[in-house]
Design a protein around this ligand. Sequence first.
Ligand code: PMP
Length: 394
Amino acid sequence: SSLFADVALAPRDPILGLNEQFNADTRPGKVNLGVGVYYDENGKLPLLRCVQEAEKAMAAAPKPRGYLPIDGIAAYDKAVQKLVFGSELKHVATVQALGGTGALKVGADFLKHLSPNAKVLISDPSWENHRALFTQAGFDVQTYPYYDAARKGVNFDGMLAALNAAPAGTIVVLHACCHNPTGYDISPAQWTQVVAAVKARGLTPFLDMAYQGFGFGLKEDGEAVRQFLAAGIGFFVSTSFSKSFSLYGERVGALSVVCTSDDEAARVLSQLKIMIRTNYSNPPTHGAQVVAQVLADDKLRALWEEELAGMRIRIKAMRSALVAALKAAGVTQDLSFVTEQLGMFSYSGLNASQMQRLRGEFGVYGVDSGRICVAALNEGNLPTVAQAMAAVLK
Ligand code: PMP
C-alpha cells in the first residue's frame, strides 16, 4: 500500500478556513474582519510610500543577489536593535528572520537545545500559532490566565499568580504590545510586577513584538522590552515588520536574544546560526534591505513613522466610529472597551453563535472567539458591520 495511506487530513487553519469561506460568499456587501491584516480607508492593502522610495533607490542601483550571511544583513540587525532596544547592544544577539513567525521558531528551536525539559506558558488566549509552534518544537505548552471576560480586561492577578507558581526555567511567551487576540495590554506599572516575578522565579521570558507602533507609538510600545532590559536578565524578543511596514509577504522579522555579557551573546549567536543554517541556510535579501534602507535614512524613517502613525490613528478612529454607530443603532450595552483596546484587533465580547449569525445572516466574517480585525474597518463597510453587530447584540 502507499506510504501515505494512513496520513490523516489535518484540520484547516481556522482563520485561513474563514478566508476560504469568505471568498466563496457571493453576497456583494460581505466584509472580512477575520484576517490579521491592516487595510486602508479604501479597503486596500497599503504599499507604504517609504517602501516605494526605498525600492526606487534600490532599483536605481541594482545589486547582485548573492547569499546573505546566515544571520542576515548586518545593517538590518543593527537597525532592529536600535528600534527595539534604543541602541546597538553587544550583549544582544540579533538575527534576521522570516517574519515574526520565523523568529519565534528559531528561538524555540534554540530553547529546545538549551532547556529541553522546560515548559512553555502562553497567554489564555493567545495567537494560536504560539501553541502550535512551541508544540512542534517539542515543548509541553500550557497557559497563564490573561483575558477576563467579565471585566473586559486582563486578569492581572491570575496572570501574576501563575508566573509566581511556575517552576524556574519555564519559558513565558508575552505579547510585548497590542495583545492578539484580545487587544488588552497591561500597564507599565504591571509590567514592572511581571518583570520582578519573572526575575525572582528565574523564568525565561520570550517577548513577541508583532505590532510595535500600533499601540501608542514606536517608543511607547517598547516599554516592556525596556523594562526587561533594565532588569539585567536574559530574554528573547521576536520582531515582525509584516504589519508595521505592510510587508507581509516579504517575511521580514528578527530574533534578538538578550544575554548578560558580550561573550555570552557571541556564543548564543553562533548557536542561532546553526539553527538557521540547518533549517533554511540564510534569509532572503529584498524585504530586509528595504527595511534597513528606510531605518537608516532620516527622511525615509520620518516618512515611515508618519505612515505608521497614520495606520494607528485610523484604527483608533474606526474603534470610536464603531462604538458610535452601535450606539446609534440602539445598542445599550457599554461598549467603551472597544476604544480602550490596542492594536489591530478587538475582542468584541460576542460569543460563537453571535459570530456565526454575523456570517450567516449578514456576511460579516470574524473569528468565533469574538475577535474582529478593526484594522479592516472603513467608512464604507462600517454601516454594514454596525447594523449586523447591533442585530445580534439586541
Ligand atoms: N505574533 C503575533 C502575536 C502575531 O499576531 C503575528 C502575525 N499575525 C505574528 C507573531 C507573526 O508575524 P509574521 O507574519 O511576521 O510571521
